[in-house]
Design a protein around this ligand. Structure first.
Ligand code: GDP
Ligand code: MN
Length: 416
């Protein structure tokens, strides 16, 4: 069978996976970078047009760059629902900064990486603009296929890197890093050269690459992406943009960074879910999915689609689950009026299925659940869980496997 995912479904999938990680705005990433010797422009952050104007005056720069802060790339080419085009603007006049900020703050910015409604802008970054003579691309990321960090770069920066990789793959350079030996001088030099930096600029670029690598390690990042990693006519190598992803397993030793997590772009229901250690993603179908793990969530989405249905949302339950969490999960799932059926698909590895079953029966009774509920449990203590469900006297449909569960859930809702 052939499934074609729409662009929004792909974006939702990416969101589902990436919400598992902490997200920082560009200005927060740049603060970390400048604190660690990485070269970024002088900047202020503002959340009103008036503050943006004041910041622009205070910068006292020859030229100013105003940048909408959202957790998505492609802002430069984005559009606001205020009508303003472009989430990145250059101007010499602080007054213009105020006027532009007025058309950014409080409005939604849609880019290639957001849904078509875009994301509401709460903050703008007001930075000293620098002339750029050349834009390159640089990233450091944890790469499964290399079993460790890898440096990725291209002399073709500023633009969509996926496009460079697709059209001119010979312009993408990789340098595997041995995590025990660290990034070697020679590797940083080689990357700087591949990026097209020469002479004193090459030394400077290599130094910046090393500082970025040290930061990558220090903050437990899974990715540091700088696009553009640029060169100025005055002979400076500058990180003009920054996106950092973090390893959420490192939260215990990165408390200061995790405290900066910008949740303002989440849906209120996502934040409500987070209170109970649940991860919620809203979609636009009518079958609510209660699963554990992002991988199982994606598989559940696929199999519902394959059987002609559409998921309404996902609630991802972590390990170490408590009965009360299951109750909260059901409350959140059923709060969405689009939901016409619930599909529970839990694989009990760390999770004890009996706890889930008890949570489900309690939620059904207390919430007086009126919509069809299909449950597929597998793994630890599954027999006891089945008994709890079967003896509950509640109209719960049990499923043998994922395929069976998806079929039953799809059959239980009106065709859309
Ligand atoms: P993105 O569109 O979300 O990736 O945002 P960027 O921060 O990368 O900005 C988009 C583009 O604006 C960059 O690729 C640059 O071409 C341009 N830009 C950003 N900052 C400056 C600056 O200080 N000076 C100049 N001349 N261009 C800039
Ligand atoms: Mn960029």
């Amino acid at each position: 069978m052939d499934v074609t995912l729409s662009n929004t479904e792909v974006i939702q999938g990416i969101q589902l996976i990436s919400r598992r990680w902490l997200n920082l705005q560009e200005y927060q990433s740049k603060k970390l970078m400048s604190d660690n010797g990485v070269k970024v422009q002088r900047f202020f952050v503002a959340d009103t047009a008036n503050d943006a104007l004041e910041a622009a005056k205070r910068l006292n720069a020859k030229e100013i760059v105003l940048k909408a802060q959202i957790l998505a790339g492609g802002r430069g080419k984005g559009t606001f629902n205020s009508g303003l085009k472009g989430g990145v603007h250059l101007t010499k006049d602080p007054k213009v900064v105020g006027q532009l900020a007025q058309q950014m703050i409080g409005y939604n910015l849609a880019t290639k990486q957001t849904s078509k409604d875009g994301v509401k802008v709460n903050k703008v970054m007001v930075a000293e603009a620098l002339d750029i003579s050349r834009e390159t691309y640089l990233a450091i990321l944890m790469d499964r296929s290399c079993n460790g960090p890898v440096l990725v770069g291209s002399p073709q920066g500023g633009v969509d890197i996926e496009e460079v990789a697709a059209t001119t793959p010979e312009l993408i350079f990789k340098e595997e890093i041995d995590i025990f030996e660290g990034l070697k001088d020679s590797q940083a030099q080689k990357m700087a050269e591949n990026l097209g930096f020469h002479g004193a600029l090459k030394t400077q670029a290599a130094d910046q690459i090393k500082k970025l690598y040290n930061l990558f390690l220090k903050i437990d990042a899974t990715q540091v992406e700088v696009n553009p990693f640029g060169e100025t006519p005055e002979g400076q190598v500058v990180c003009f943009d920054a996106k950092i992803n973090f390893d959420d397993n490192a939260e215990f030793r990165q408390k200061d960074i995790f405290a900066m997590d910008d949740k303002s772009e989440n849906e209120p229901i996502e934040n409500e879910a987070a209170k109970y250690d649940l991860k919620y993603i809203g979609l636009d179908g009518n079958i609510a999915c209660f699963v554990n793990g992002a991988g199982l969530a994606m598989a559940t989405c696929d199999i519902i689609s394959l059987n002609g249905g559409k998921p309404a949302n996902f609630l991802d339950l972590g390990g170490g689950v408590k009965e009360a969490q299951v109750y909260q999960a059901f409350k959140l799932l059923t709060a969405d009026p689009k939901v016409e059926a619930i599909l529970v698909n839990i694989f009990g590895g760390i999770v004890n299925c009996a706890i889930i079953a008890n949570g489900i029966t309690r939620a059904c009774r207390e919430l007086e659940l009126k919509i069809p509920l299909v449950v597929r449990l597998e793994g630890t203590n599954v027999q006891e869980a089945q008994n709890i469900l079967n003896n509950s006297g509640l109209p719960i449909t049990s499923a043998n496997d994922l395929e069976d569960a998806a079929k039953k859930a799809v059959a239980s809702v009106a065709p859309k």
